[in-house]
Design a protein around this ligand. Structure first.
Ligand SMILES: [Zn+2]
Length: 248
């Protein structure tokens, strides 16, 4: 009897500690951006922890600001000291968390609405976000489609690729001036500051996947993304059918 009572007590304590550690973890993943302090220099493009070695020679110009201010100024986390990162919490719908198996399973109600203002090429658009929330987003954003690579067009800096103009024309017809929905994955931006997003139509179709399925773009597997397998399979099917850029 005594043994049972003791193990029950231990179990209760264990569960309590588990809940405590989970809630601490959740807090670490999504710090309160208004209350969390980070350190910056007047001209730096990054924000830091207080003791970051890269700040050593900046002396009295180093100032602390809130993480929210740092993000609104467009500063990026330093890769040397790994300061806190605001993930957007539940406001930013990331399809890798919890991981979805198919792009078709995404929840439209959790996505961020945007209107397409310009189609740059077959995998890049400009949008206006009427309610740019959470704070990492801006009203006007350039978006690079996640997981795909369309051939270059004649106006792009790189040489035009076969089917590049066709891809741009198709995307312009599909998305020009339209209201779309945005969902995200591991990385929010690329090194050029463009948002990395999955583009959804109001009817729930994932444009990124559609473009691969119809042969307007390649599956871009140099960086990991949640639907790598699905996009690779879609590409294999398009290639087999000789659709679009596979027709040559
Ligand atoms: Zn640093």
């Amino acid at each position: 009897m005594r043994r049972g009572a003791r193990s029950e007590k231990t179990a209760v304590l264990f569960v309590f500690l588990l809940i405590l550690s989970c809630s601490v973890k959740a807090e670490q993943q999504t710090p309160d951006a208004a209350k969390t302090l980070v350190w910056v220099t007047p001209s730096g493009k990054k924000y830091h922890k207080e003791n970051c070695p890269t700040l050593k020679n900046s002396g009295s110009t180093v100032k602390s600001i809130s993480l929210e201010d740092a993000l609104q100024r467009g500063l990026e986390p330093c890769s040397v000291c790994n300061p806190p990162v605001y993930t957007g919490g539940a406001d930013l719908y990331r399809l890798n968390n919890p991981p979805l198996r198919s792009a078709r399973d995404a929840q439209l109600s959790r996505m961020i609405p945007a209107r397409v203002t310009e189609v740059v090429d077959g995998d890049t658009i400009k949008v206006r976000i009427p309610n740019p929330h959470p704070i990492q987003l801006k009203t006007d954003e350039t978006i690079r489609f996640l997981g795909i690579d369309a051939p270059e067009t004649s106006t792009s800096p790189r040489p035009a690729g076969y089917y590049g103009e066709e891809a741009k024309t198709y995307v312009a017809k599909l998305l020009g001036g339209k209201d779309i929905l945005l969902a995200f994955d591991w990385d929010l931006r690329d090194k050029y500051g463009r948002l990395l997003a999955y583009i959804y139509l109001q009817d729930g179709k994932c444009v990124n996947l559609m473009l691969v399925e119809q042969g307007y773009a390649f599956a871009y597997v140099h960086f990991p993304f949640q639907f790598m397998d699905e996009f690779t399979q879609a590409q294999a099917a398009a290639k087999k059918q000789r659709w679009g850029l596979w027709s040559r």
